[in-house]
Design a binder for this molecule. Structure first.
Ligand SMILES: Cc1cc2nc3c(=O)[nH]c(=O)nc-3n(C[C@H](O)[C@H](O)[C@H](O)COP(=O)(O)OP(=O)(O)OC[C@H]3O[C@@H](n4cnc5c(N)ncnc54)[C@H](O)[C@@H]3O)c2cc1C
Length: 416
């Protein structure tokens, strides 16, 4: 069951226009096959669909970023429009930004808020159309949660900066044209004050990307090494030393854009015409007459409803033009734990079939991949522990975590 905010006349007109537009740009039969649940017809329509053309089509339409100004490829719209677009994309099994989620979700909003006019002109439209893929060069081997401690250095040399250091966990760096780089430009200042934000062309000499193999078998993220990498000062975002403020914009958008996507939300390209993701999950569980399995399924169903209601609360605030409250952080932690438990249950319920499967049994393979990938949900976009601390401080009003190195010059912090 999906909780939905009642549309006003304005909302339902916008929704109808958007769905009509989808009907015009998608391969014939796409909308109809999903509306009727016709798997074969949907498979046929999907075989004529290509992610890069889709990214270009939605990128040029304004619908990919309704909140962005019209002059940079958006609709200069309101949050409820974004909400409706997301609902309908999910209904029709479509991704918003394809593999450029970090560009559309993180880099774009940061450039809009802190970039200059030339940067907006140069980058925003190509982010939306997927012509230029972006990655996020923040985390380092010795700092992820404590991001303000990053040690990659950028030293000014005339009109350029010379960068040396290392990043890690950099998702899709191997395909990216640009990276959002957070670097230390003044090690004598306290950690939050000596940082500057740059836009880095990943093809610059001295940038080396080394893919890391995950336990799922794929190489989603990378190590990135910088050796005397030169960045023109024109690629600096915001003032020198103002990198932390710019990075916070990126991080806030990260929570909204991708962190803790639920299992249900990630099934959009699963190749099924079924609109109800819960039904998809249910169908994949064998032996549903077993009372223990039934009990567990009932528990997951209850939790999925609680999650839906929390999402509904945030969405309904957006539809009324208000900012959502703490639901985002709460749902990020909840989703991450829920994904982990549910994927583990699906593995156990399937038994040996989820460890050793027939070559073409994509469902069994999918279960195993989800089980392994769900571990990352509690880490990416801020760990569950860090988010729980933030909730304790910001929602419950508990005292702040002790941070002994906050006011020390960065180069006097032990180990730096
Ligand atoms: C799939 C995936 C993709 C990622 N993609 C990117 C990317 O594209 N770009 C990028 O820059 N980064 C990326 N990251 C990195 C991610 O942001 C960091 O892994 C995350 O912030 C945690 O940092 P860390 O790995 O250094 O762990 P640490 O910060 O070292 O934490 C280790 C453990 O200690 C706990 N801990 C740390 N500090 C505290 C505290 N104060 N209180 C309580 N517990 C604490 C943490 O919760 C965690 O359990 C990605 C991570 C994953 C898993």
């Amino acid at each position: 069951m999906r909780f939905k905010v009642e549309d006003t006349k304005e909302h339902s007109e916008f929704r109808a226009t958007f769905v009509e537009w989808l009907g015009q740009v998608l391969p014939p039969g796409w909308i109809e096959s999903i509306n009727s649940g016709d798997e074969l017809a949907f498979k046929e329509a999907r075989s004529k669909w290509d992610i890069f053309s889709w990214m270009k089509t939605i990128g040029l339409s304004g619908y990919a970023a309704p909140l962005w100004p019209k002059e940079f490829g958006g609709l200069s719209g309101e949050a409820w429009m974004q909400q409706i677009i997301r609902e309908e994309l999910s209904n029709f099994r479509l991704p918003l930004a394809g593999i450029n989620l970090l560009g559309v979700g993180l880099a774009g909003p940061t450039i809009i808020e802190h970039g200059n006019q030339a940067q907006k002109q140069n980058y925003l439209q190509k982010i939306l159309t997927g012509e230029e893929i972006w990655c996020q060069l923040f985390s380092e081997p010795s700092c992820g949660s404590d991001l303000a401690s990053v040690g990659t250095k950028a030293v000014r040399d005339g009109d350029e900066w010379v960068v040396n250091g290392q990043k890690v966990w950099t998702t899709i760096a191997q395909f990216a044209k640009y990276g959002m780089l957070l670097a230390r430009t003044d090690p004598s200042k306290p950690k939050h004050e000596g940082l500057t934000y740059f836009l880095l062309d990943m093809k610059t000499p001295g940038v080396e990307v080394r893919p890391l193999r995950q336990m799922t078998g794929s190489s989603e993220f990378n190590e990135v090494f910088f050796t005397d990498v030169r960045i023109p000062d024109t690629n600096r975002v915001g003032d020198i030393g103002d990198g932390w403020r710019c990075a916070r914009t990126t991080l806030m958008n990260e929570r909204v854009a991708l962190a803790g996507l639920s299992i249900d939300e990630t099934t959009f390209l699963g190749g099924s015409a079924k609109k109800d993701p819960w039904q998809l999950f249910l169908d994949s569980i064998p032996d549903r007459s077993n009372p223990i399995i039934r009990q567990k399924l009932a528990q997951f169903w209850i939790e999925s409803q609680v999650k839906e209601i929390t999402t509904f609360r945030a969405n309904s605030a957006r539809m009324r033009g208000q900012s959502p409250g703490p639901e985002g952080g709460v749902n990020k932690v909840f989703n991450a734990e829920y994904n982990k438990r549910r994927s583990e249950f699906a593995m156990n319920a399937t038994g040996m079939g989820s460890i050793a499967w027939q070559t073409h049994d994509s469902h069994a393979q999918d279960k195993s991949t989800r089980f392994l990938r769900a571990r990352a949900n509690t880490i990416e976009g801020g760990t569950s522990e860090i988010l729980r601390s933030q909730m304790a401080e910001r929602i419950l009003g508990l005292p702040r975590d002790i941070e002994v190195d906050k006011d020390l010059p960065w180069d006097q912090i032990p180990g730096k």
